[in-house]
Design a protein around this ligand. Structure first.
Ligand code: SF4
Length: 450
């Protein structure tokens, strides 16, 4: 049973050392009880107290990790109902469905889409992570062969879907290294499916017709010593799926209901057969609160908006998206190409780099660490000022790439040019660029025209 804040406080060191990021042990205890802090944030808890607190501090929605290598996915682990309260932490997994009764062309097309639809966006790779493999034929051999093909041709995390325990076991033997998701344990077969989950150390979907039955089923599966569970509450209409998603999240977070504290999986193709509606339903469920969304198919125009939506929802609203500090060559610049500088706020970078690309003037763009602040905000915070910029320009390595000594700074920070020149020394010329990135293209063209 969950402990209260006061009960947790009694187990803490009570030194108020602040290393956990809050002023007192009592505040930390209250945060822990509310699921707003991690036990690991306090380095001084005794092993004995840690063991006692583990249950109380366990995330209300159990985090489950699947996959291997670069394509690993963790779902669950959420601690808030609304993103603005803190942040959502583990993005919704997105996948596509293939079956062993599909025509070869349909399977090939989905596998091709899965492997090719990857997008670089703000330094991240946006992509789908999962392929659900459904045993529709009833033929264990076909199911296993399809699982083997997915393993050979993709790095997808498999969701293995079969009622047949023997077929599931054969497919698991093929896919086990990727920690596939087993779909599904029901009231009728949960003992056999739980045994497979234990044998292959894979997470298991608990599937029931409604949330009451689901709660009973997860208790039985946990009692069978399988704790890595994903849930399917059985709803297949937009209204009921939406209601269930909200109910599950509230039950886990506000009622501390451990029986429903698991991430839900949804098959949008079972809710609608219209591809456009399916994308809209998926978008809604990514926002509220699906752990995994399996689409019946996807194309670039349907997948990309879902990936961007997911990125936005699962980005910490308290931390701006940042670029890595460094030198970004745009358009194969040479030792004579212009050099310009901006901050590491991702949006600033993308606007500035986009304008440079549009100018077709090969340019070195220096991106300076300013804790993700934009140009004016970073300047106001004392992070994008002359001496700091000068130190960065000298140490970043650009001196080895150019033979001139000219730097273009954003027009909004023209006032730092004196300090920058002083820091860089007399060999350097500091040029004041335009205030707005929209005018950078024309500025660079004039610059190279001499
Ligand atoms: S780190 Fe631990 S001991 Fe220090 S204030 Fe936080 S809870 Fe207390």
């Amino acid at each position: 049973m969950a402990l209260t804040g006061i009960q947790i406080f009694k187990l803490l060191p009570k030194t108020n050392c602040k290393e956990c990021g809050v002023p007192t042990c009592l505040a930390f205890a209250m945060n822990l009880a509310a699921g707003k802090a991690e036990l690991s944030a306090c380095p001084y808890i005794s092993d004995e107290a840690r063991a006692q607190l583990a249950e109380a501090s366990a995330p209300p929605i159990r985090p489950i990790t699947m996959g291997e290598g670069e394509n690993k996915l963790t779902v669950g682990g959420e601690t808030v109902l609304f993103r603005h309260e803190k942040t959502f932490v583990n993005k919704t997994g997105i996948g596509v469905l293939i079956t062993d009764a599909m025509a070869e062309a349909d399977v090939a097309s989905r596998i091709k889409q899965f492997t090719s639809l990857k997008y670089e966006w703000i330094g991240l790779i946006l992509r789908a992570e999962m392929i659900a493999i459904k045993n529709v034929s009833g033929d264990a051999g076909k199911f296993e062969a399809l699982a083997r093909r997915v393993m050979a041709e993709t790095d997808a995390i498999p969701v293995l879907m079969s009622d047949n325990v023997d077929a599931m076991k054969a497919a698991l033997a093929v896919c086990a290294s990727r920690l596939p998701l087993i779909y599904a344990a029901t009231a009728q077969n949960f003992e056999a499916m739980a045994a497979l989950a234990k044998e292959f150390k894979c997470p298991l979907v608990a599937k029931a017709d409604d949330l009451n039955s689901l709660s009973e089923l997860t208790d039985k599966i946990v009692a069978a010593d399988v704790k890595d569970i994903v849930v399917d509450g059985g709803a297949r209409t937009v209204k009921r799926v939406f209601e269930d998603m909200v109910f599950l999240r509230r039950a886990a977070l506000t009622q501390k209901n451990r029986s429903l504290g698991f991430s839900p999986i949804v098959f949008t193709g079972e809710i609608t057969s219209d591809p456009l509606k399916e994308t809209i339903v998926a978008a809604m469920l990514i926002a509220k609160y699906a752990g995994i969304v399996i689409l019946s198919d996807f194309q670039g125009e349907s997948l990309f908006p879902l990936l961007v939506e997911r990125l936005n929802i699962y980005t910490d609203p308290q931390r701006p998206m940042m670029m890595k500090e460094g030198i970004y060559p745009i358009g194969n610049p040479t030792e004579d190409s212009p050099v310009t500088i901006t901050t590491n706020f991702a949006l600033t970078y993308f606007i500035v780099s986009g304008e440079i690309e549009a100018s077709r003037v090969p340019t070195w763009l220096l991106v300076m660490e300013t804790e993700g602040l934009s140009v004016l905000t970073a300047w106001a915070a004392g992070k994008f000022v002359g001496d700091a910029m000068g130190i960065f320009i000298k140490k970043c390595g650009i001196l080895d790439k150019i033979k001139h000594r000219k730097i273009i700074i954003p027009g909004y920070v023209a006032s730092v040019s004196g300090d920058l020149e002083e820091e860089l020394g007399p060999d350097w010329e500091v040029k004041i660029g335009p205030r707005e990135a929209a005018h950078l293209s024309a500025f660079l063209k004039l610059e190279i025209a001499g």
